[in-house]
Design a protein around this ligand. Sequence first.
Ligand SMILES: Cc1ncc(C[n+]2csc(CCOP(=O)(O)OP(=O)(O)O)c2C)c(N)n1
Length: 286
Amino acid sequence: MLQQTDWDLCQTTALRVREHIIRLATNGGCFVGASLSCVDLLVYLYTQYLNIHQENLADPQRDYLFLSKGHDVPALYGLFVELGWLAPERLQNHLQTNDDIYWHPNRAIPGVEFHSGSLGHLLPVAVGVALDCKLRGQNNRVLVMTGDGELNEGSNWEALLVARAYRLNNLTVIVDRNRFQANLATESLIPLEPLAKKFKAFGAVPLWVDGHNFWALDETFEMLPLEKDRPSIILAQTTRGKGVPSLENRADRWFCNFTAAEVEDLLAELHGQHTAVLTSAPQVVR
Ligand SMILES: Cc1ncc(C[n+]2csc(CCOP(=O)(O)OP(=O)(O)O)c2C)c(N)n1
């Protein structure tokens, strides 16, 4: 059960991860809006829930978390820095040719479970890993985080059919339901609702949670698996750009390449000092 000291740790870690994301969004930029939306989920999972530590990364019986929405890697690498898994100076190598720190996860970085970036691939991978764990009689947990727009990929739904057929109750899918995909509102492109019903129809057990509330996340994840013999789906209600009001719920601030002055301004806004004034043109990426 989450204690106040755990909540404090989550809160300070999340703030620092958000700082890393904003700092990475210059000199070529990164997927800022999307990364900010899943910070609290990742921080809670890695600091409070998952049995994944630097010391047990080679142990097949540890837990697994597959980041299928690979463009959120600034959040993952920022968190790895805070966990002490990645040297902070390596973030300065972002997009340089001398390192593997890049727009998408690379398994060369300890802690990254699998390469991602091409959407719709890591739920199928996670299903395979969860099946393998089950066949070996292991009790570890396999989690995968997808975007909501990413659910347009049919591979996710095929994988769910397999997960149900093999009764993979050790598998949990977390959907970062920030209601945007790239530079559009998700429901305006290919509507997903009623999303929970769709997951139910595929034999999985969905549950909605506030993806920014550590208390609610703890209550929810402690309930897993939600049902015997079925995969669990955590539908995390999140906010694109969370933590920086001038970036929140902005379709056009998904991928950002800020000037150095804007970065400083946004960091001040993150700390509640004022509202940043953004002069760089919004980036529209399809
Ligand atoms: C197979 C594939 N098709 C298209 C893309 C381009 N792409 C990258 S992210 C993205 C939108 C993803 O939306 P969502 O899953 O909702 O994530 P978020 O809005 O949080 O960024 C798209 C279309 C891709 N990376 N892979």
